[in-house]
Design a protein around this ligand. Structure first.
Ligand code: SF4
Length: 180
């Protein structure tokens, strides 16, 4: 039974990643380290992977976050000594794959927000980039189970207890309610 659940979780994670690969293709990011200062949540089906990669985690009220090293995520190679900024890029959590989108709670409902400080969003706002990002968000919604939605809600409550600068309301815009 447990193995069945684990493989269900794994399949869902792979589907989420596949959907968000389309977002990564839109957001060819190599320009700033803005997002690296934020709190990085780790979904339940990603915890063992992060542990296997020796990424330190903190547990806040049952939700997991990457434990920062100073200002940044410990997987962030500020000097790009390895040639890449993220040392675990192919295995990075869903939280990182979602950027500049994120999932918040408003009036007890899950909503999509977009971080408006992301330079790519700022520079491409008029070229249809935002429309295609919203389409990807809608595709992601189709994978949202009740359990996953509840997990995002719990994670959001825990996230408010962090010192994440992205908590500042000036940093984001609401896009749409999440339907599931
Ligand atoms: S896991 Fe990678 S992409 Fe995510 S915050 Fe850390 S360095 Fe950045």
């Amino acid at each position: 039974m447990q193995i069945k659940e684990e493989s269900k979780d794994k399949k869902l994670l792979l589907k989420m990643r596949k959907t968000l690969n389309k977002l990564s293709e839109q957001i060819e990011c190599n320009t700033c380290d803005l997002c690296e200062e934020g709190a990085v949540y780790v979904l339940n089906n990603e915890v063992s992977l992060m542990k296997n990669l020796n990424i330190p985690l903190v547990n806040i009220d049952g939700s997991y976050f990457i434990e920062k090293k100073g200002r940044y995520c410990p997987a962030y190679d500020e000097m790009k000594k390895s040639g890449k900024r993220c040392l675990i890029y192919s295995e990075r959590p869903i939280c990182c794959r979602l950027f500049p989108l994120d999932i918040y709670v408003k009036a007890e409902k899950l909503v999509w927000i977009i971080y408006n400080d992301c330079p790519i969003i700022k520079h491409r706002v008029n070229d249809g980039c935002l429309d295609s990002i919203i389409e990807i968000a809608k595709e992601f919604e189709r994978l949202m189970t009740k359990e996953l939605a509840n997990e995002f809600k719990r994670e959001y409550d825990a996230w408010k207890k962090t010192d994440d600068p992205f908590l500042d309301v000036d940093n984001y815009n609401f896009i749409r309610d999440i339907k599931y």
